[in-house]
Ligand binder design. Structure first.
Ligand code: NAD
Ligand code: LMR
Length: 342
């Protein structure tokens, strides 16, 4: 009884420290690649969510210790570890949201597309297991190159007969997080107020921040637009170079991915006011996949926001046209990878 009362008090304290009215913790989240640079801090941030009842951590190695460590945090979710292909199905049973940061990161001098050969197979195998075990789950793809791994996931799900385009997302939240940070710094705005939609894809020039649509309404000189756009497009490379061979963004990525998970859980929980940018199946342009703002609901993408691509500046319109060939070829490469396999 004493132990129980300590536990209850600790739970209450932890709930108070999360500083909000506590919703019911009832959603199951799985992280595939949970032992990695993104996976570990992401698992920690998800462990802090009051909406999560079960946190399943999967990797090919080294995930047992991560789970044991996290399981001591007195937040609501139960943490379980799963190692290797034989435990993947159990990891995924009844899961509501699957987040996939499994795969290799860039080193200096590499493009995201240089990761294709290794990561395409990893994503394909993991999404096959998702299709078999939790076909209704929201799937968040972090593994690069996102412009190709999302089309790979879509093809796998189609082949398995369970593709729901409303529930497959390429995670581009980090581009928005970066755009918000850099714009707030440049224009001396309160960080909390700034929101910049970022559209297109997630590599180089396919990352297109729509600075003209910044909230609160903000004016930029041509030089500022050029400088900010290039910085946002190259921000991943900025981190890769600073880490000098030790990988790419992990902490800011975990922060961004946790925000996207929390938004998805709020949408699943019935919040009708959830908007995020993500790389999804889209009819906003002639390309089959495109990152843009989406409204999230219980069933995934509830709506795209066509007005986001209307009234663009000449600079944005030209950048939009310029990114299409590269994005198209990355999408086709992903689709071809799955379709060519026997
Ligand atoms: P990392 O090497 O630190 O971690 C990757 C983890 O994946 C490792 O623990 C590894 O064991 C695991 N893994 C490998 N194959 C696996 C498999 N078949 N099943 C399960 N797990 C497997 O790399 P990281 O820094 O965490 O980056 C992971 C990926 O995320 C990279 O592809 C990177 O380019 C990408 N990334 C994307 C964004 C984005 O904005 N979408 C941002 C940063 C990084
Ligand atoms: C990022 O934008 O930080 C990621 O896509 C990782 C990378 O390779 O840049």
């Amino acid at each position: 009884a004493l132990q129980q009362s300590f536990t209850q008090r600790a739970q209450k304290e932890s709930h108070r420290s999360l500083n909000c009215v506590q919703p019911q913790a009832s959603y199951k989240v799985a992280v595939l690649g949970a032992g990695g640079g993104i996976g570990q801090p992401l698992a920690l941030l998800i462990k802090m969510s009051p909406l999560v009842s079960d946190l399943h951590l999967y990797d090919i190695a080294n995930v047992k210790g991560v789970a044991a460590d996290l399981s001591h945090c007195n937040t609501p979710s139960q943490v379980l570890d799963f190692t290797g292909a034989s435990e993947l199905a159990n990891c995924l049973k009844d899961v509501n949201v699957v987040v996939i940061p499994a795969g290799v990161p860039r080193k200096p001098g590499m493009t995201r597309d240089d990761l294709f050969n290794i990561n395409a197979n990893i994503v394909k195998t993991l999404v096959e297991a998702v299709a078999d075990n939790c076909p209704d789950a929201f799937i968040h793809i972090i593994s690069n190159p996102v412009n190709s791994t999302v089309p790979i996931a879509a093809e796998v799900l189609k082949q398995k007969g369970v593709y729901d385009p409303k529930k497959l997302f390429g995670v581009t939240t980090l581009d928005v997080v970066r755009a918000n940070t850099f714009v707030a710094q440049k224009k001396d705005l309160r960080l909390i107020d700034v929101d910049v939609p970022v559209v297109g894809g997630h590599a180089g020039i396919t990352i297109l921040p729509l600075l003209s649509k910044t909230k609160p309404s903000t004016s930029f000189t041509d030089e500022e637009v050029q400088e900010l756009t290039v910085r946002i497009q190259n921000a991943g490379t900025e981190v890769v170079e600073a880490k000098a061979g030790a990988g790419s963004a992990t902490l800011s990525m975990a922060y961004a991915a946790a925000r996207f998970v929390e938004s998805s859980l709020r949408a699943l929980d019935g919040d009708s006011d959830v908007y995020e940018c993500a790389f999804v199946q889209s009819d906003l342009t002639e390309l089959p996949f495109f990152a843009s703002r989406i409204k999230l609901g219980r069933n995934g993408v509830e709506a795209l926001i066509p007005s986001d691509l209307q009234g663009l500046t000449e600079y944005e319109q030209q950048a939009l046209e310029a990114l299409k060939p590269e994005l198209k070829s990355s999408i086709e490469k992903g689709i071809g990878f799955v379709q060519k396999q026997p």
